[in-house]
Every structure is written in C-alpha cells, then in structure tokens.
Design a protein around this ligand. Structure first.
Ligand code: NAP
Length: 253
C-alpha cells in the first residue's frame, strides 16, 4: 500500500461491513489512514483493521452509535488524540427496517430511522467541518454522504421512511456543500441502487438483491466495491472541482 505524505486520515461511519468496509479497503490502498466506525460488529472491524495493517496500511476501529452525540464526540476526540487531523468523512452508516406501509409504522421506528440516517450524518458532518474548515485554521477536506436511489423512487409500500431519510441526505449534501465551499471542504453524495450487502437481511429480505436484479436496466445488483469506487473518486483530488453533487450508482435504475 502507498502512504500519502502527510498521511491523510479518513473516517468511514459504518465501516465494518458492506459498502463501508469496501470503502475502507480502497481508501487504505490509496494511502489514507482509515478510521473504521461500527456499532456492534467489533469482530468484523478487527478483521478489517488486521487486513489493512498486514498490508502496511494504517487502520483504527472505533465503536460509536452515530445517533448518540456523546458517543460521536468521544469518537472524534479519539481521532484527534491518535491522528490530530481529519481529511475525509464518509457518512455511510445507515439502516433500513422491515418492509411496511407508512400507515403501519410506529413513531419509534421513524425516530430510529431519522436518528441514525439523518441526525447521525448531520452530527458527524458538523464535527468533520470543525476539523477540516479553513475557518478553524485547518487544511480543508472532503465529505461523501451515502444517499440511496430510494430518495428519488420513494420506495412506496416498502421503506418510505428510509427513502425520506435519504431525501434529507441529498439536501444536506447540496446545502452543506455551498455552506463550506469557500472553506476548502467539498461535500458530495453517492446514491446506490440495489447493492449486494447484508442491509437487505436487516430489512427482512435477505435475497432482495437477487430478487430485484431483473428490474435493474443492467440486469444485476451492484457490488460494494462499485459504490466504493465512486466514493473514493469523490474524495480524491481527481474530483477537485466537484462539490454539491450526488452520483447515481444504480446500473441505470
Ligand atoms: P450494511 O451492510 O447493513 O452495513 C451497515 C453498516 O452501518 C455497518 O457497518 C453497521 O455497523 C453500520 N451501522 C448501522 N447503524 C449504525 C449506527 N447507529 N452507528 C454506527 N454505525 C452503524 O449496509 P450497506 O448496504 O453497506 O449500506 C451502507 C450505506 O449505503 C447505508 O447508508 C445505506 O443506506 C446505503 N445504501 C445501501 C444500498 C444497498 O442496496 N446496500 C442501497 C442504497 C443505499 P455494525 O456492523 O456494527 O452493525
């Protein structure tokens, strides 16, 4: 693995599995020191850290529920203590819930969805801006927010709450990009379509990616790596004039 000089530091929320884990591996290969955030999957985070370290990369696993401000602040304090800088944030941690119609959804479900997917991303972006912005004497940085094709489709009868939470993410991307564009920070988003990860099992349909594949114009689900490719490009200097945009990675859906 190559090392950037000075070594840049990237935080990937929900980095232990799926799209987040693929992103951590690609960022480590690109030379970043990678902070792998997770809530429950310590074993997966440890394994990922080990494989990055064995390949001469730098990785640190940090447990924190992104919906809990105290835990998020402790995570950023740990990054400050270990690295003293933050150059990239991937707001990737996100959840779905069991397939339902809106008239069947409890307020507890709606609050959990928005606390993790929206408030979590807002708090992490807030803390990242404090560590990246030239306004605070920093060198700038880049943020990528994980949206979803659901934000455009609306996911009726399935995950309307999830789709609405990702609509909020699209607005966060557009607004924050303008807010901090003159402070050295680029903010972009990626809108994945049907990607083959464990998220579908947590929504009660483990084989959803295979089930939905025939409806995708490219006739297949995407891989976590195909989404990570777009995330890593948006974080890189190759995207130096790109901000406030969200890229569809959907196989044409
Ligand atoms: P996944 O395989 O279910 O992985 C989710 C990751 O988020 C895990 O690392 C999990 O940590 C972490 N996480 C969940 N809740 C968290 C919390 N409260 N605090 C911190 N971390 C938390 O999901 P994925 O499919 O890779 O999805 C990643 C992102 O892409 C999500 O934002 C999702 O909405 C979006 N997306 C996915 C698809 C798709 O088809 N897969 C499509 C569109 C958008 P633990 O391992 O500790 O549980």
């Amino acid at each position: 693995m190559k090392t950037l000089s000075p070594q840049k530091v990237a935080l990937v929320t929900g980095g232990s599995r799926g799209i987040g884990a693929a992103t951590c591996l690609q960022l480590a290969k690109a030379g970043y020191a990678v902070v792998i955030n997770y809530t429950a999957s310590q074993a997966a985070s440890d394994k990922l850290c080990e494989s990055i370290t064995l390949a001469s990369g730098t990785a640190l696993g940090l447990q924190a529920d992104v919906a809990d401000e105290t835990q998020v602040l402790a995570m950023f304090a740990a990054i400050d203590a270990k690295f003293g800088r933050l150059d990239a944030l991937v707001n990737n941690a996100g959840v779905v819930d069991i397939t339902a119609r809106l008239d069947e959804m409890s307020v507890a479900r709606l609050k959990r969805m928005f606390d993790i997917n929206v408030i979590g991303s807002l708090i992490c972006a807030r803390e990242a801006v404090k560590r990246m912005s030239t306004r605070y004497g920093n060198e700038g940085g880049a943020i990528v927010n994980l949206s979803s094709a659901a934000a455009k489709i609306g996911s009726p009868g399935q995950y309307l709450d999830y789709a609405a939470s990702k609509g909020a993410i699209d607005t966060l991307t557009m607004g924050l990009a303008k807010e901090v564009a003159a402070e050295g920070i680029r903010v972009n988003g990626v809108r994945p379509g049907i990607i083959d990860t464990d998220i579908h099992a947590s929504g009660g349909i483990p084989d959803r990616a295979a089930q939905m594949a025939p409806q995708v114009p490219m006739r297949r689900a995407g891989s976590a790596d195909e989404v990570a490719n777009a995330i890593v490009w948006l974080l890189s200097d190759a995207a130096s004039y790109v901000t406030g945009t969200t890229i569809d990675v959907t196989g044409g859906r």
